[in-house]
Structures are given as structure tokens and as C-alpha cells.
Design a protein. Structure first.
Length: 278
């Protein structure tokens, strides 16, 4: 079956449409982080959620800390899960008093040659070098983009949201522009569309389109989160991925966000993310 190339402009506009809402999320510019509702005064909250909100780890890992006896409440070591605490309670982890951090949500258009990690013992450039001025909160990347992959990366201290975004059950949609070293054949295009088997199991993209007349540029929509999954799909069929750019992530786009730059998410974007991940 012959595959019809899609005009690049049309395909790109399609790629950056928000799949969650009927219209794209509004992207407002902020000089400082937008305000997000904090815990109401006097409201009880689960201990694991408080630990996650303090920027220590995800809620799931917080449960492990509790079970291991590493958390104390008002001087008493707590090992039971599901405990709710009050705002005036003193929560400690390894003798350090925890305080709920102000949530920060930063969207970065990652350039090439930056690694997605908090720091690097080899002294290589990391994505955290690019967001130094985003605030004093201890934010961290959600998921990974390899060193040579560019595009959208969310960086936050909201452990609960980060855990949901990376959990396979939520099927987070990602759209990539893939530049190949040679034209893709009709046969290989159909193989990818139908699903192929890699060394760690089968994989099927949600959608794929040809974006250039020479058939070397493609758009790929996928919710898989396995390591280097897009590159591996094409390498399996003997193509080299020359460029790989993530143009959409969980309904967020890089419209008006140039390479190497970042911005805070708007309140509306944050609300839509949390609503979608309920």
C-alpha cells in the first residue's frame, strides 16, 4: 500500500494540537511562577503526600520511607501507612524537618548535548544548568530525554504529578519529529504502523505520518515510556535517527519556546494536567 506524504506545515500543526482539550492549552508568559492553590489552613493531609510535596521523593517512595521507619511525626517514628497529619505537626526525615515546598512547574525546550539528570560526576552539561533561575525550589526532571534528543521536558517538585506522568497506566501521549538518514520504505512504514517486536517486547505507535516529500522526516505519536523507544524502533529496521525532537508532551507544546529556553506552566495548563491525571 502506498503511503501519502503529508505536507510538513500541516503535519506540524496537527502534531502540536492538544489531544486532551478541543483547543490548545493557553500559554501565558510569566515573570514568576504562577500561583497554585496551597493546602487549606487546618486541613489534614496524608503523610506520604506531605513528604512528596516537601520535595523528598514520590508518594510511592514516601511509603517505603515510612515502612522503613525513617519518618517521625512530633518525635514519634511512624511505620503505618495512611496516617493523616495536621499542618502544625512536625515531620522529620533523618532528623531534618520537612516543609511543604511551593510547587514549581517548568517547561524546557531541551537542546542537544545536555543530559537529563540533576548533576553529572563527569562534569557534562545537564538540563538543570538551563533552569538555574527558575526559583529556589528543588525541582527535578520528569522522565528522561537522552543526550542527543531535543524538545519538551517538564521539570517540577510536584512528586505526585511526576509519578503519575511517568506511570505506564496513564498512557501519556508524546509526539516526536524524527529525521532519518534515508527515505523510509512503504513496507517499513506499514511495519511500524502495525507494530514491531523488539528485544524487550512488542511496541506499537499510536500514529505515524510522513512529513517530507523525500520521506526522511516523520511524525510519531506514542505513549510508550521505555528507554530510547523511538530510536530503537527505527534502528531495528536499519535506519539511523539523525535528529529526534519531542514537539508535544501530555498536551503541552513548545510553541513560542525556542531551543534552550524555559517557561513556567500557566495555571490553566496545571489544572488541565491534574484533571487529566485523576
Amino acid at each position: 500500500m502506498k503511503t501519502k506524504a503529508i505536507a510538513p506545515k500541516k503535519a506540524y500543526n496537527s502534531a502540536i494540537e492538544n489531544p486532551i482539550m478541543k483547543k490548545p492549552l493557553q500559554e501565558k508568559k510569566y515573570n514568576s511562577a504562577p500561583k497554585v492553590p496551597e493546602q487549606k489552613q487546618g486541613e489534614q493531609v496524608r503523610l506520604n503526600k506531605f513528604i512528596a510535596n516537601a520535595g523528598v521523593c514520590s508518594r510511592r517512595d514516601a511509603d517505603k520511607l515510612i515502612e522503613a521507619g525513617e519518618i517521625s511525626v512530633n518525635g514519634k517514628v511512624i511505620t503505618e501507612l495512611g496516617l493523616k497529619i495536621n499542618p502544625k505537626d512536625v515531620i522529620k526525615h533523618k532528623n531534618k524537618t520537612l516543609r511543604r515546598e511551593k510547587f514549581s512547574y517548568v517547561l524546557l525546550n531541551k537542546p542537544k548535548d545536555f543530559i537529563t539528570t540533576m548533576d553529572d560526576p563527569e562534569g557534562r552539561k545537564t538540563v538543570m544548568d538551563l533552569v538555574k533561575k527558575a526559583g529556589t525550589e528543588r525541582i527535578y526532571p520528569v522522565g528522561r530525554l537522552d543526550r542527543n534528543t531535543t524538545g519538551l521536558l517538564l521539570i517540577t517538585n510536584d512528586g505526585v504529578l511526576a509519578e503519575k506522568l511517568t506511570h505506564p497506566s496513564h498512557h501519556i501521549q508524546k509526539i516526536y519529529q524524527v529525521d532519518l538518514d534515508k527515505s523510509i520504505s512503504d513496507e517499513d512504514f506499514e511495519k511500524i504502523k502495525a507494530g514491531i517486536i523488539l528485544e524487550d517486547g512488542s511496541v506499537k505507535v499510536d500514529d505515524i505520518a510522513i512529513l517530507s516529500k523525500d520521506r526522511t522526516i516523520l511524525g510519531v505519536e506514542i505513549h510508550e515510556g521505555r528507554n530510547r523507544i523511538v530510536r530503537r524502533i527505527f534502528e531495528h529496521l536499519k535506519y539511523d535517527v539523525v535528529k529526534l525532537d519531542r514537539v508535544m508532551y501530555a498536551g503541552l507544546t513548545k510553541k513560542d519556546l525556542t531551543r534552550g529556553k524555559w517557561r513556567f506552566l500557566s495555571d490553566e495548563e496545571i489544572r488541565h494536567l491534574k484533571y487529566f491525571l485523576k
